[in-house]
Ligand binder design. Structure first.
Ligand SMILES: Nc1ncnc2c1ncn2[C@@H]1O[C@H](COP(=O)(O)OP(=O)(O)OP(=O)(O)O)[C@@H](O)[C@H]1O
Length: 267
Protein backbone atom coordinates (compact mmCIF):
# COMPACT_ATOMS: atom_id res chain seq x y z
CA UNK A 1 0.00 0.00 0.00
CA UNK A 2 3.03 2.27 -0.04
CA UNK A 3 3.03 4.86 -2.77
CA UNK A 4 5.68 7.36 -3.75
CA UNK A 5 3.28 10.27 -3.27
CA UNK A 6 1.83 9.45 0.17
CA UNK A 7 -0.10 12.37 1.60
CA UNK A 8 -0.71 10.66 4.92
CA UNK A 9 1.62 8.10 6.38
CA UNK A 10 1.03 6.27 9.63
CA UNK A 11 4.02 4.16 10.64
CA UNK A 12 3.93 1.57 13.42
CA UNK A 13 1.27 3.33 15.51
CA UNK A 14 0.71 1.71 18.90
CA UNK A 15 -1.48 2.66 21.82
CA UNK A 16 -1.76 0.75 25.10
CA UNK A 17 -4.15 1.75 27.89
CA UNK A 18 -3.57 0.97 31.55
CA UNK A 19 -6.50 -0.96 33.01
CA UNK A 20 -8.06 0.24 36.28
CA UNK A 21 -7.41 -3.05 38.10
CA UNK A 22 -3.79 -3.26 36.87
CA UNK A 23 -2.49 -4.67 33.61
CA UNK A 24 -2.76 -3.06 30.22
CA UNK A 25 -4.75 -3.32 27.02
CA UNK A 26 -3.23 -2.70 23.60
CA UNK A 27 -5.96 -0.90 21.65
CA UNK A 28 -3.73 -0.52 18.57
CA UNK A 29 -0.46 -2.34 17.90
CA UNK A 30 1.94 -1.59 15.06
CA UNK A 31 -0.60 -0.08 12.68
CA UNK A 32 0.90 1.22 9.42
CA UNK A 33 -0.70 2.56 6.26
CA UNK A 34 -0.44 5.30 3.66
CA UNK A 35 -3.04 7.38 1.86
CA UNK A 36 -2.13 9.10 -1.41
CA UNK A 37 -3.22 12.65 -2.35
CA UNK A 38 -6.98 12.52 -2.87
CA UNK A 39 -7.11 8.84 -1.87
CA UNK A 40 -9.67 7.12 0.32
CA UNK A 41 -8.81 4.49 2.91
CA UNK A 42 -11.33 2.47 4.88
CA UNK A 43 -10.53 1.14 8.36
CA UNK A 44 -12.90 -1.68 9.25
CA UNK A 45 -13.30 -4.18 12.05
CA UNK A 46 -15.67 -5.25 14.78
CA UNK A 47 -16.45 -3.16 17.82
CA UNK A 48 -13.33 -2.87 20.00
CA UNK A 49 -10.89 -3.71 17.20
CA UNK A 50 -9.09 -0.37 17.58
CA UNK A 51 -10.47 1.67 14.68
CA UNK A 52 -11.44 4.70 16.75
CA UNK A 53 -8.13 4.61 18.59
CA UNK A 54 -6.31 4.89 15.25
CA UNK A 55 -8.59 7.74 14.11
CA UNK A 56 -8.04 9.57 17.40
CA UNK A 57 -4.27 9.24 17.04
CA UNK A 58 -4.45 10.68 13.52
CA UNK A 59 -6.19 13.86 14.67
CA UNK A 60 -4.25 14.19 17.92
CA UNK A 61 -7.00 13.22 20.35
CA UNK A 62 -4.92 10.25 21.53
CA UNK A 63 -1.16 10.18 21.81
CA UNK A 64 0.58 7.17 20.26
CA UNK A 65 2.99 5.30 22.54
CA UNK A 66 5.04 4.44 19.48
CA UNK A 67 5.06 5.26 15.80
CA UNK A 68 4.71 8.43 13.81
CA UNK A 69 2.29 10.24 11.57
CA UNK A 70 3.38 12.38 8.65
CA UNK A 71 1.27 14.59 6.39
CA UNK A 72 2.85 15.63 3.09
CA UNK A 73 6.20 14.50 4.45
CA UNK A 74 5.96 16.60 7.62
CA UNK A 75 5.77 14.79 10.94
CA UNK A 76 2.81 15.66 13.17
CA UNK A 77 3.62 16.31 16.77
CA UNK A 78 1.71 13.92 19.06
CA UNK A 79 0.14 16.87 20.92
CA UNK A 80 -1.45 19.99 19.43
CA UNK A 81 1.21 22.69 19.29
CA UNK A 82 1.15 25.87 21.38
CA UNK A 83 0.22 29.04 19.58
CA UNK A 84 -2.87 29.81 17.53
CA UNK A 85 -1.15 29.92 14.14
CA UNK A 86 0.50 26.51 14.56
CA UNK A 87 -2.76 25.00 15.84
CA UNK A 88 -4.73 26.33 12.87
CA UNK A 89 -2.10 25.08 10.43
CA UNK A 90 -2.33 21.66 12.04
CA UNK A 91 -6.15 21.75 11.87
CA UNK A 92 -5.94 22.38 8.13
CA UNK A 93 -4.03 19.14 7.68
CA UNK A 94 -6.65 16.82 9.14
CA UNK A 95 -10.29 17.41 10.10
CA UNK A 96 -12.53 14.85 11.78
CA UNK A 97 -16.25 14.11 11.49
CA UNK A 98 -17.75 12.07 14.33
CA UNK A 99 -20.64 9.63 14.49
CA UNK A 100 -22.87 12.04 16.39
CA UNK A 101 -22.56 15.62 15.15
CA UNK A 102 -24.97 16.69 17.89
CA UNK A 103 -22.14 16.63 20.40
CA UNK A 104 -19.63 18.43 18.18
CA UNK A 105 -21.93 21.21 16.88
CA UNK A 106 -22.61 24.28 19.00
CA UNK A 107 -26.36 24.10 19.78
CA UNK A 108 -26.65 27.91 19.91
CA UNK A 109 -25.45 28.57 16.36
CA UNK A 110 -27.47 28.33 13.16
CA UNK A 111 -25.88 26.39 10.31
CA UNK A 112 -24.72 29.62 8.68
CA UNK A 113 -23.30 30.99 11.93
CA UNK A 114 -21.51 27.69 12.56
CA UNK A 115 -19.77 27.86 9.18
CA UNK A 116 -19.03 31.58 9.42
CA UNK A 117 -17.39 31.00 12.80
CA UNK A 118 -15.13 28.27 11.38
CA UNK A 119 -14.29 30.37 8.30
CA UNK A 120 -13.49 33.45 10.42
CA UNK A 121 -11.25 31.43 12.74
CA UNK A 122 -9.22 30.28 9.77
CA UNK A 123 -9.06 33.71 8.16
CA UNK A 124 -11.29 32.71 5.24
CA UNK A 125 -14.00 34.66 3.48
CA UNK A 126 -17.17 34.29 5.60
CA UNK A 127 -19.48 34.76 2.63
CA UNK A 128 -18.39 31.34 1.31
CA UNK A 129 -20.63 29.81 4.00
CA UNK A 130 -23.48 29.86 1.48
CA UNK A 131 -21.40 27.97 -1.10
CA UNK A 132 -20.43 25.42 1.53
CA UNK A 133 -24.07 24.87 2.53
CA UNK A 134 -24.93 24.48 -1.12
CA UNK A 135 -22.08 22.02 -1.65
CA UNK A 136 -23.41 19.71 1.09
CA UNK A 137 -27.01 20.05 -0.09
CA UNK A 138 -28.40 22.30 2.66
CA UNK A 139 -30.86 24.99 1.55
CA UNK A 140 -32.17 28.31 2.85
CA UNK A 141 -34.35 26.82 5.58
CA UNK A 142 -31.50 24.70 6.98
CA UNK A 143 -29.11 27.66 6.75
CA UNK A 144 -31.08 29.44 9.47
CA UNK A 145 -31.76 26.35 11.59
CA UNK A 146 -29.96 25.31 14.76
CA UNK A 147 -28.73 21.70 15.15
CA UNK A 148 -31.82 20.61 17.14
CA UNK A 149 -34.03 21.67 14.21
CA UNK A 150 -32.10 19.61 11.67
CA UNK A 151 -32.50 15.90 10.90
CA UNK A 152 -29.64 13.49 11.64
CA UNK A 153 -28.60 13.48 7.98
CA UNK A 154 -28.73 17.28 7.77
CA UNK A 155 -26.65 17.60 10.93
CA UNK A 156 -24.06 15.29 9.43
CA UNK A 157 -24.05 17.39 6.24
CA UNK A 158 -23.42 20.46 8.38
CA UNK A 159 -20.60 18.71 10.26
CA UNK A 160 -19.01 17.80 6.91
CA UNK A 161 -19.42 21.40 5.67
CA UNK A 162 -17.77 22.73 8.83
CA UNK A 163 -14.84 20.35 8.37
CA UNK A 164 -14.54 21.45 4.72
CA UNK A 165 -14.62 25.15 5.71
CA UNK A 166 -11.05 24.70 6.88
CA UNK A 167 -10.08 23.34 3.44
CA UNK A 168 -8.35 20.31 4.95
CA UNK A 169 -6.03 17.95 3.13
CA UNK A 170 -7.56 14.94 4.88
CA UNK A 171 -10.98 14.20 6.33
CA UNK A 172 -11.19 11.46 8.97
CA UNK A 173 -14.75 10.16 9.38
CA UNK A 174 -15.41 7.93 12.39
CA UNK A 175 -18.63 5.92 11.93
CA UNK A 176 -19.99 9.06 10.26
CA UNK A 177 -23.04 7.32 8.77
CA UNK A 178 -23.57 4.62 11.41
CA UNK A 179 -26.46 6.42 13.14
CA UNK A 180 -28.35 7.17 9.92
CA UNK A 181 -31.10 5.29 8.08
CA UNK A 182 -29.85 3.29 5.11
CA UNK A 183 -31.31 5.70 2.52
CA UNK A 184 -29.76 8.71 4.29
CA UNK A 185 -26.47 6.80 4.58
CA UNK A 186 -26.49 6.37 0.81
CA UNK A 187 -27.01 10.13 0.31
CA UNK A 188 -24.14 11.03 2.63
CA UNK A 189 -21.84 8.48 0.97
CA UNK A 190 -22.76 9.95 -2.41
CA UNK A 191 -22.00 13.41 -1.07
CA UNK A 192 -18.60 12.31 0.23
CA UNK A 193 -17.72 10.78 -3.14
CA UNK A 194 -18.68 14.06 -4.88
CA UNK A 195 -16.72 16.18 -2.43
CA UNK A 196 -13.69 14.00 -2.86
CA UNK A 197 -13.93 14.33 -6.65
CA UNK A 198 -14.47 18.08 -6.55
CA UNK A 199 -12.02 19.12 -3.83
CA UNK A 200 -9.40 16.38 -3.94
CA UNK A 201 -9.65 15.92 -0.17
CA UNK A 202 -8.37 12.53 1.01
CA UNK A 203 -10.65 10.40 3.18
CA UNK A 204 -9.98 8.03 6.06
CA UNK A 205 -13.29 6.32 6.57
CA UNK A 206 -13.69 4.34 9.79
CA UNK A 207 -16.62 1.92 9.87
CA UNK A 208 -17.71 -1.43 11.24
CA UNK A 209 -19.80 -1.79 8.08
CA UNK A 210 -18.07 -3.34 5.09
CA UNK A 211 -21.05 -2.61 2.86
CA UNK A 212 -20.57 1.10 3.53
CA UNK A 213 -16.82 1.09 3.02
CA UNK A 214 -17.03 -0.33 -0.49
CA UNK A 215 -18.82 2.80 -1.73
CA UNK A 216 -16.26 5.38 -0.65
CA UNK A 217 -12.82 3.82 -0.42
CA UNK A 218 -10.10 2.60 -2.77
CA UNK A 219 -8.09 0.79 -0.13
CA UNK A 220 -9.15 -0.92 3.05
CA UNK A 221 -7.44 -2.01 6.21
CA UNK A 222 -9.05 -4.69 8.37
CA UNK A 223 -8.37 -4.56 12.11
CA UNK A 224 -8.84 -7.19 14.77
CA UNK A 225 -7.93 -6.79 18.44
CA UNK A 226 -5.71 -3.81 17.70
CA UNK A 227 -3.81 -5.40 14.82
CA UNK A 228 -4.03 -4.97 11.07
CA UNK A 229 -4.84 -8.40 9.72
CA UNK A 230 -5.42 -7.56 6.07
CA UNK A 231 -5.02 -4.54 3.82
CA UNK A 232 -5.27 -3.86 0.12
CA UNK A 233 -7.53 -2.61 -2.64
CA UNK A 234 -11.11 -2.48 -1.34
CA UNK A 235 -12.53 -4.47 -4.25
CA UNK A 236 -9.94 -7.20 -3.81
CA UNK A 237 -10.39 -7.43 -0.05
CA UNK A 238 -14.18 -7.54 -0.36
CA UNK A 239 -14.27 -10.06 -3.18
CA UNK A 240 -11.26 -12.24 -2.42
CA UNK A 241 -10.18 -11.77 1.20
CA UNK A 242 -7.11 -13.73 2.20
CA UNK A 243 -7.64 -13.66 5.96
CA UNK A 244 -10.23 -15.99 7.53
CA UNK A 245 -11.40 -13.18 9.86
CA UNK A 246 -12.13 -10.87 6.90
CA UNK A 247 -14.12 -13.72 5.36
CA UNK A 248 -16.11 -14.01 8.57
CA UNK A 249 -16.75 -10.27 8.65
CA UNK A 250 -17.96 -10.39 5.05
CA UNK A 251 -20.22 -13.33 5.74
CA UNK A 252 -21.91 -11.35 8.50
CA UNK A 253 -22.87 -8.48 6.16
CA UNK A 254 -26.67 -8.87 5.96
CA UNK A 255 -27.17 -7.62 2.39
CA UNK A 256 -25.01 -8.82 -0.47
CA UNK A 257 -24.68 -5.60 -2.45
CA UNK A 258 -22.18 -6.05 -5.21
CA UNK A 259 -20.46 -9.12 -3.81
CA UNK A 260 -21.55 -12.49 -2.54
CA UNK A 261 -20.57 -13.12 1.09
CA UNK A 262 -21.15 -16.84 0.77
CA UNK A 263 -18.81 -17.00 -2.18
CA UNK A 264 -16.34 -14.76 -0.37
CA UNK A 265 -16.48 -16.99 2.69
CA UNK A 266 -15.70 -19.97 0.53
CA UNK A 267 -12.48 -18.47 -0.86
N1 LIG B 1 -9.38 5.43 27.02
C1 LIG B 1 -9.37 4.10 27.05
N2 LIG B 1 -8.99 3.43 28.16
C2 LIG B 1 -8.96 2.09 28.19
N3 LIG B 1 -9.28 1.30 27.14
C3 LIG B 1 -9.68 1.90 26.00
C4 LIG B 1 -9.75 3.34 25.90
N4 LIG B 1 -10.15 3.63 24.64
C5 LIG B 1 -10.35 2.46 24.01
N5 LIG B 1 -10.06 1.42 24.82
C6 LIG B 1 -10.15 0.00 24.49
O1 LIG B 1 -9.37 -0.23 23.32
C7 LIG B 1 -10.04 -1.15 22.45
C8 LIG B 1 -10.23 -0.51 21.11
O2 LIG B 1 -11.21 0.52 21.23
P1 LIG B 1 -11.68 1.40 19.98
O3 LIG B 1 -12.71 2.37 20.46
O4 LIG B 1 -10.50 1.93 19.29
O5 LIG B 1 -12.35 0.28 19.07
P2 LIG B 1 -13.33 0.43 17.84
O6 LIG B 1 -12.91 -0.62 16.87
O7 LIG B 1 -13.37 1.82 17.38
O8 LIG B 1 -14.72 0.03 18.49
P3 LIG B 1 -16.15 0.72 18.33
O9 LIG B 1 -16.55 0.50 16.92
O10 LIG B 1 -17.02 -0.03 19.30
O11 LIG B 1 -15.97 2.16 18.68
C9 LIG B 1 -11.33 -1.54 23.15
O12 LIG B 1 -11.12 -2.77 23.81
C10 LIG B 1 -11.57 -0.42 24.13
O13 LIG B 1 -12.28 -0.89 25.26
Amino acid sequence: MTTATALLEAAHLSKTYALPGGGAHTAAGDVSFTVPEGGALGIVGESGSGKTTVARMLVGLARPDRGRITVAGREREPRPPRGKKARLTRAREIQMVFQDPYVSLDPRLTATQCLRTALRLHGKEESTATDLLDRVGLGKREADARPRDLSGGQRQRLAIARALAVDPKILVLDEAVAALDVSIQAQILQLLAEIRRETGVALVFVSHDLAVVQHVTDEVLVMRTGKVIEQGATRRVLTAPTDPYTRKLLASVPTADGWDPAAAAAV
